[in-house]
Write a protein that binds this ligand. Structure first.
Ligand code: GLC
Length: 435
């Protein structure tokens, strides 16, 4: 799987090169199209721009920096919760070449787009400990071999499951396939304590989370959105089988109707209220759902496992966020220092302990103390290493919009899974494999 991902990444990079030449966003000349590492000069106050801090803890981190840097204070600009809305705001900022944003938090899927448009500065890789980080995470922060973001945390989807209910129904292990999950649900939902519960949910609202869940459904059946030849591969039996798990899940009620409105946070609330037996979610949910302050009804009653597949465990979409310097920032020396401060191993250990955000440093997944506290760390590392990137393309906005439209139409019953895949196959041609 990893080899396939690498081949795809390489194919993606060369396609991006031709795209660039065709779009006129680059010179087309290999050498001059990759900008030199930026000139990080200018010190003073900066802003740090990121999506809603639902894992918590941001103000404590910023206070730590601000106490040490009274003349270079950082102000947090909190953007909306949805990744797509954040992307819009970054693009608006870049189009007006505003210096309001200095350090920005960039979703791994935007790396190519932001770098190709020169909205973010190339970073000096030798000033970061990329050698100690997980390879796919570093790869996802690069565009044409150049580092454009410092990996801040990574993300891989996990199957959260209710240990208490599985045990009660006589299951010792979580399901590894969709069929097993459906069978377990049949038994579990018969239990008196499961009254009113539903089997499974992920993120199905029409936004980036849907692209993630769509990609995972297909990968987990052995398919992929982009094939090894760099062309859309939605006309395969694997794509149909995988995506049908979601479409049929909505049809049969295995996935509750209201899940069509779920983003990360709405789904988390449902899981924490005890409405779901199984939930596909990122690592950050672990700490919040386990909080013993009364905010979660499932604290101590769940565990995590790899996502289910068709013949065995499935595969996650690679998520995560990198910190980048906006090309239009003024105080770039401060911006670079702040990114270094935020992305040290020590800081990532702290954030793992406080908010279970998945670190990018390999050593933290092998740390005995941490493994004792978070026994799922070795599995999480495997999930990150085997995760597949979403299409690595400059026109990512159009690509994800097409996926969201078609996937949503099928999940809401407006189109069959087959029709949606067929029209997506056409819409992605030219987006992922050419100008
Ligand atoms: C998480 C992931 C990110 C993904 C987003 C979708 O934040 O880290 O990569 O795009 O979820 O909602």
């Amino acid at each position: 799987m990893r080899t396939r991902a690498r081949i795809r990444a390489a194919v993606g990079a060369s396609l991006v090169a031709s795209l660039l030449a065709a779009c006129g966003t680059g010179s087309g000349d290999e050498e001059s199209a990759v900008p030199e590492v930026g000139d990080f000069t200018g010190r003073g106050p900066i802003s740090f721009v990121a999506g809603k801090d639902f894992a918590g803890g941001m103000s404590a981190l910023l206070k730590e920096w601000n106490d040490k840097h009274p003349d270079e204070k950082v102000t947090f600009i909190e953007l909306p919760e949805q990744a797509d809305q954040q992307r819009q705001q970054y693009i608006q900022n870049a189009e007006t070449q505003s210096d309001a944003y200095d350090v920005i938090s960039v979703d791994v899927v935007w790396t190519s787009e932001f770098a190709a448009h020169r909205w973010i500065d190339p970073l000096p890789e030798d000033e970061f400990e990329t050698g100690k980080m997980l390879d796919p995470v570093v790869e996802a922060a690069k565009y044409r071999g150049q580092l454009y973001g410092a990996p801040n945390y990574t993300d891989a989807g996990l199957l959260y499951y209710r240990t208490d209910l599985l045990r009660k129904a006589g299951f010792d292990e979580p399901p590894t396939t969709w069929d097993e999950m459906a069978q377990q649900c049949d038994e579990i939902l018969e239990l008196p304590e499961s009254k009113g519960m539903s089997c499974y949910a992920g993120q199905f609202e029409k936004y980036e989370g849907l692209t993630v869940n769509f990609a995972e459904s297909i990968q987990s059946a052995g398919g992929s959105i982009v094939g090894e030849d760099g062309k859309p591969a939605l006309d395969t039996p694997e794509a149909k089988e995988g995506f049908s798990n979601l479409v049929d899940g909505f049809e049969s009620g295995m996935i509750p109707k209201e899940a069509i409105t779920y983003q990360e946070e709405t789904g988390r609330q449902a899981f924490q209220k005890g409405d779901l037996v199984f939930h596909r979610q990122w690592p950050y949910q672990y700490a919040l759902a386990n909080a013993d302050d009364g905010s979660s009804e499932v604290a101590g009653k769940f565990d995590v496992a790899p996502l289910p597949g068709v013949d065995g465990p499935g595969s996650s979409s690679l998520g995560g966020w990198n910190l980048a310097v906006s090309s239009f920032a003024k105080n770039k020396a401060t911006a670079l220092d702040f990114i270094k401060f935020m992305t040290t191993e020590e800081m990532q250990r702290k954030r793992l302990v406080e908010s279970t955000q998945a670190p990018v440093y390999a050593s933290l997944y092998e740390d005995d103390e941490l493994i004792e506290q978070y026994p799922y760390l070795p599995e999480l590392k495997e999930s990150v290493l085997s995760a597949e990137p979403r299409p690595r393309v400059v026109r990512y906005g159009d690509t994800t919009a097409a996926i969201q439209d078609e996937a949503y139409a099928a999940l809401t019953g407006e189109k069959s899974a087959e029709d949606a895949l067929a029209s997506l196959q056409q819409r992605l041609a030219g987006l992922v494999d050419g100008p």
